[in-house]
Design a protein around this ligand. Sequence first.
Ligand code: ADP
Ligand code: ADP
Ligand code: ZN
Length: 219
Amino acid sequence: MNLILLGPPGAGKGTQAQRLQQDRGLVQLSTGDMLRDAVSAGTEIGKQADAVMKAGKLVSDEIVVGIVAERITQPDCAKGFILDGFPRNVAQAEALDVILAPKGIALDAVVEMVVDDTQLVDRVTGRYTCAKCGTGYHDRNKKPKQDGVCDVCGSTQFKRRADDRAETFPARLAEYHAQTAPLLPYYRAKGVLKQVDGMAEIDEVARQIDKVLGLSRTA
Ligand code: ADP
Ligand code: ADP
Ligand code: ZN
């Protein structure tokens, strides 16, 4: 199964993509994570992306489409992938079609996580991740079971994103409404758009996603 998770910053895309990866064996493809890796590694792409990301703007289509085109054709993606943070505008969606069509790969569903914009600042400013395995947490909504210890790998090191600040958030949300929201009619016209209530609690969102995808419940 090949999916896109769509929603503004803080909607819960990464959280649900991590869960689908764990429960269903799909591969999470997060362009945000790939770009942050490039920034930490100090590659040429990372150098170009760093300031743009800090400003809450979109990195150029050329860079992002190039990264996705290379990653999505790796053998592990054949078991199914979840795109998280891509496409982010109609040009990227069209580029994705051009990548997938000749390979005979179809998108099974595009899941919109419907959220209330006013709640999102709290989601992103409270967000942090395990520095070792990348598992996502939140200061109040999703704490590790044991304070300061990652549930998944036991690491005690965590990190926060440079762009998850209240000052940068309005620019990111504006980019979403201007650039990314037009993907909703784009995918609705293709008959693949599904919607879930992204304001529900994390487990309930997971149940709704499974339901719209026609997946049977896991334990
Ligand atoms: P996105 O990838 O869409 O930007 P994340 O999945 O990283 O969003 O979620 C943003 C923050 O909100 C994280 O700290 C996460 O733990 C938390 N979160 C995710 N889903 C929910 C939810 N349904 N209710 C409350 N908090 C959530
Ligand atoms: P969030 O889920 O919180 O919106 P992401 O991790 O998806 O954050 O993206 C962080 C930043 O990385 C974006 O604000 C943007 O600068 C850049 N980025 C990620 N994916 C894309 C993309 N598909 N196109 C352009 N820029 C991107
Ligand atoms: Zn961890």
